[in-house]
Design a protein around this ligand. Structure first.
Ligand code: BEZ
Length: 401
């Protein structure tokens, strides 16, 4: 297992040099308990609060706040501060933004992001710095594969995990020729890649993969191409405002009437009021569904609606579970953010009675969870069944797996 303690971070070196200087000057280092050094626990949130993914960032944040409020607004008995930074879902700004939180703000914990490209930069720095990090959405496979680390956890999914089962499902339905369409960045490419893997393994064939620059929402030319290719079905990944536009354009262009639309669940999650009738009948796979009749889901949806006036979605569930993970780990160490090994062990051992259903951690710190098959019916992501039970990302290339 790759050890967090193995890595001496840049910050540790700076800190040690500063302490050594003080010690030689005064020849005395006061024994101040780590907890007393910083009154408030700092949790850095690198999430999109503007742009196509803004609604996702807000739901993650508000559900975290809800979970923390339910726990008395304390972490291990200590007050805390959420330091929110707008990632703008921009990978080019991700390293600077991560450094602002880790080095500038000296956060104890880091959480976010939504965008897979941002996640790769964030996880690389967090690993080097040893900052305990909880990825609350981005599915970049590498985060819990070759870039995995003892201090990196994910409360969401891997891009592979939610899309591979749809490949199997669509082949089982007798579909033979499929076109996939997505944004041209890590998440889109990994999601259509995982779908293709499942679909081709089960005998189907992907006749074309259409990649559109992120976050473009001009789909007309692509829809014309899809209509000309006449596939049995389309598989798509878009999310947030882009998903709203794609699903509406797909219906309005007349393509939906001839070619059924399937996708990763983000296509219809948190978007249904804006998509309206255009989304009816769209099939997706995801690790959550609004209509799950689980006591934890019913209670959570009710509390989220009361707190925000909005309906919960998968992003809210991931934010809520991120708060639960922090709360439990900090309770275990009685608020001692310096007890890194114990915090990691507490997180690894956490089991969740989540709104999405029970889940646990794999060795590479990715959730092992059920993936549901959903269909949009009467404005709701109705659960058709479990596409695959207890799906575990293979964790390929992770030394801990
Ligand atoms: C991603 O970039 O990993 C992502 C963004 C939105 C929804 C799902 C995944």
């Amino acid at each position: 297992m790759r050890s967090l303690l193995r890595t001496i971070s840049r910050r540790d070196l700076l800190r040690q040099t500063a302490v050594a200087g003080l010690a030689s000057a005064a020849n005395f280092i006061p024994a101040v308990p780590a907890i007393a050094q910083k009154a408030k626990v700092k949790v850095g949130l690198l999430l999109p609060y503007s742009g196509t993914y803004a609604a996702l960032g807000h739901n993650i944040t508000d559900a975290m706040k809800l979970g923390l409020a339910e726990a008395g607004n304390k972490l291990g008995g200590r007050d805390f501060e959420l330091v929110q930074l707008d990632s703008e879902a921009d990978p080019a700004k991700a390293a600077a933004n991560t450094n602002k939180l880790i080095v500038g703000e000296k956060v104890d914990f880091l959480s976010g992001p939504v965008h897979s490209g941002v996640a790769m930069a964030m996880a690389k720095i967090a690993r080097e710095e040893g900052t305990l990090t909880i990825v609350s959405n981005a599915g970049a496979n590498a985060v819990t594969r070759e870039m995995c680390g003892a201090n990196i956890f994910r409360t969401s999914f891997s891009n592979w995990q939610v899309c591979f089962p749809m490949g199997t499902e669509m082949a089982r339905r007798g579909l033979k020729r499929v076109v996939s369409v997505t944004w041209n960045y890590a998440a889109g490419k990994e999601m259509i890649g995982a779908f293709r893997e499942g679909f081709e393994k089960a005998g189907g064939s992907v006749v074309k993969e259409i990649l559109i620059p992120f976050p473009n929402v001009e789909f007309q030319a692509n829809l014309t191409e899809i209509a000309a290719l006449k596939p049995d079905a389309v598989f798509a990944f878009f999310a947030g405002a882009g998903a709203v536009k794609f699903v509406k354009d797909y219906a309005e262009s007349g393509v939906k009437a001839k070619i059924p639309l399937y996708g990763a669940g983000f296509l219809t999650d948190g978007t249904l009021p804006a998509q309206g009738a255009a989304a009816e009948g769209v099939f997706t796979t995801l690790h959550y569904a609004d209509s799950l009749q689980l006591p934890a889901n019913l209670r959570f949806r009710d509390a989220f609606k009361k707190a925000t006036g909005r309906d919960a979605d998968v992003y809210a569930v991931q934010g809520y579970d991120t708060a639960q993970l922090l709360i439990r780990a900090m309770e275990k160490v009685k608020g001692d953010t310096g007890a890194t090994k114990e915090l990691i062990r507490a997180m690894e051992e956490a089991k969740f009675d989540s709104p999405r259903g029970a889940w646990r951690y794999s060795k590479s710190h990715n959730p092992v969870q059920d993936v549901y098959l959903r269909e949009v019916r009467n404005g709701d992501n109705a659960v058709v069944g479990v596409a695959e039970k207890e799906v575990s990302d293979p964790g390929t290339g992770c030394g801990m797996a």
